[in-house]
Design a protein around this ligand. Structure first.
Ligand SMILES: Nc1ncnc2c1ncn2[C@@H]1O[C@H](COP(=O)(O)OP(=O)(O)O)[C@@H](O)[C@H]1O
Ligand SMILES: O=C(CO)[C@@H](O)[C@H](O)COP(=O)(O)O
Length: 472
């Protein structure tokens, strides 16, 4: 199928807050049309809500003449299915911290964090699927007894697309998303049934892992469905990273990641050794607190996001000594699932809306700077930061980021890079070529760190407050 002379492909980003769909020219990646729909708030969501959002986002013929589609999805969420494929309970999302004790128990039972790093490439935090499976076994034994398969959000949505007709054969996934479960090794590219058993007391069904450009199925209308991937791996594919690029994604989660040829196991357990969507690896650090720290700060100050930008930009760098530890939803990196936000250094003279706004932006970014430092510590080159995700549109974020990251910050042209990555994968699957099509990404501007830099003192105060409050 084609739109006039061109072949069209679609990419879906089913992320935490919404579903976004882009339809692109398969040859160039040019976006021809797009759609979106919101998801409900909350850290436990019934997968049907994602299907409803997908249906809304693709209404009015959005997918007309589309030849191939692939889904990028929020990582780690536990979609537990019974024998007949019915969803057993609301999916527990990556940002649901109720499995904190399960993460501690599993860590101890296997012999400590190093053993998890050795087996799976990551030290356990409550985000990872395996901890949610253990939570289910501990807290909802009746539901646990019904579990036949556990699939991830993008696996479930891929299956739903195929189930609308006769295209569904079996649940599928890719190594990018499978590598975030906690029962898959991105080094050996295989599931680890003993870790499934450790979590649930028995081995459960898992999706078949497809290659980076393997076909998952075909819809009745003849649309080819790609393997899909996790949202961060999707964004990496959409951006077409080069050596020295580190992505900082400011969505619901904050994420820091880079492409790597080899698995990158972090002895400190701060960077997870995920797989990428292109056959390589994707060392990644993620936080629970990013874009919504700014929304919360705006709410606190009785303004909107634009107003927050104006206030933050009116303050001096360093916010007059005000420092925010932005752990409003608990935190994953550092691993402090029960933490709350902390405002430090408050005095009568610095207690202004401007300083509070600036402290929110500085604190949110400072937490991600540590991820970039960890990428560097692991020996990967860090030449520039690519800033993406909803909050990369913030003027204050753009102004403050170069000083804190200490390297040039490139702002790719506004775009849905997860959706674009999924669309690029769809085009790859369709072509049958060995490599994805060469789509070009435009960088809107590159911001250099200032020479008279205050970033260091902001980061030092952040580290001191973290040490004082949490001792780490
Ligand atoms: N100009 C802006 N300044 C700050 N935050 C913004 C701006 N525009 C959008 N956002 C935030 O971006 C977030 C959505 O980003 P997105 O990357 O789509 O998230 P996710 O992929 O997690 O669903 C929302 O929390 C929204 O408030
Ligand atoms: O947990 C992670 C990565 O490990 C998150 O990055 C999720 O994948 C959610 O992403 P967004 O919805 O915030 O883009």
């Amino acid at each position: 199928m084609a739109d006039g002379a061109r072949t069209l492909v679609a990419g879906v980003d089913s992320s935490t807050q919404s579903t976004k769909v882009v339809v692109c020219d398969a040859a160039t990646g040019e976006i021809v049309r797009s759609g979106r729909a919101p998801h409900p708030d909350g850290t436990a969501v019934h997968p049907d809500r994602w299907w409803e959002a997908y249906t809304t986002a693709t209404a009015d013929g959005l997918l007309e003449d589309v030849s191939a589609i692939a889904v990028g999805g929020q990582q780690h969420g536990m979609c537990a299915l019974d024998e007949s494929g019915e969803v057993i309970r609301e999916a527990l999302l990556w940002n649901d911290t109720r499995s904190a004790q399960a993460a501690r128990d599993l860590t101890d039972e296997l012999g400590g964090p190093q053993e998890w790093v050795r087996r799976t490439g990551m030290a356990l935090v409550p985000s990872f699927t395996v901890t949610k499976v253990r939570w289910l076994a501990d807290h909802e034994p009746e539901n646990a007894a019904r579990v036949h398969d556990v699939v991830l959000p993008h696996d479930w949505l891929t299956a739903q697309i195929l189930k609308q007709g006769n295209g569904f054969e079996r649940y599928t996934t890719d190594r990018g998303d499978a590598s975030g479960t906690g029962y898959f090794s991105s080094t050996s590219d295989s599931y680890l049934p003993d870790l499934q058993e450790l979590a649930l007391g028995r081995v459960f069904g898992v999706p078949h892992v497809l290659g980076p450009h393997e076909v998952a199925g075909r819809t009745d209308g003849g649309m080819v469905v790609g393997p899909g991937t996790g949202d961060n791996a999707g964004a990496a594919l959409g951006l077409g990273l080069r050596p020295g690029d580190v992505v900082v994604s400011l969505g619901t989660s904050g994420a820091v990641f880079a492409d790597a040829d080899q698995p990158v196991a972090d002895p400190n357990g701060l960077i997870a050794s995920f797989a990428s969507a292109s056959g390589g690896h994707l060392p990644l650090m993620a936080t629970l607190n990013a874009a919504r720290v700014l929304t919360a700060a705006a709410q606190l100050l009785g303004t909107d996001l634009d107003g927050l930008d104006r206030l933050a930009l009116a303050a001096e760098p360093g916010a007059g000594g005000l420092t925010l530890l932005p752990y409003l939803d608990g935190e994953r990196s550092p691993s402090l699932p029960d933490a709350t936000g902390t405002l430090g250094g408050l005095t009568r003279s610095n207690a202004t809306p401007e300083n509070l706004a600036r402290a929110a932006v500085e604190g949110m970014l400072a937490n991600l700077v540590s991820g970039v430092s960890d990428v560097r510590r692991l020996g990967l080159p860090v030449e520039r930061v690519l800033l993406i995700g909803g909050a990369s549109a913030s003027r204050a974020v753009r102004a403050i980021a170069p000083s804190l990251f200490g390297v040039p910050v490139a702002i790719p042209a506004p775009g849905e890079y997860v959706g674009l990555g999924a669309a690029r994968q769809a085009a790859w699957v369709l072509s049958g070529d060995d490599a994805p099509p060469a789509w070009t990404v435009t960088v809107e501007e590159t911001l250099d760190p200032p020479s008279d830099d205050d970033g260091g003192s902001v980061l030092e105060r952040y580290a001191t407050l973290l040490e004082t409050v949490h001792g780490s």
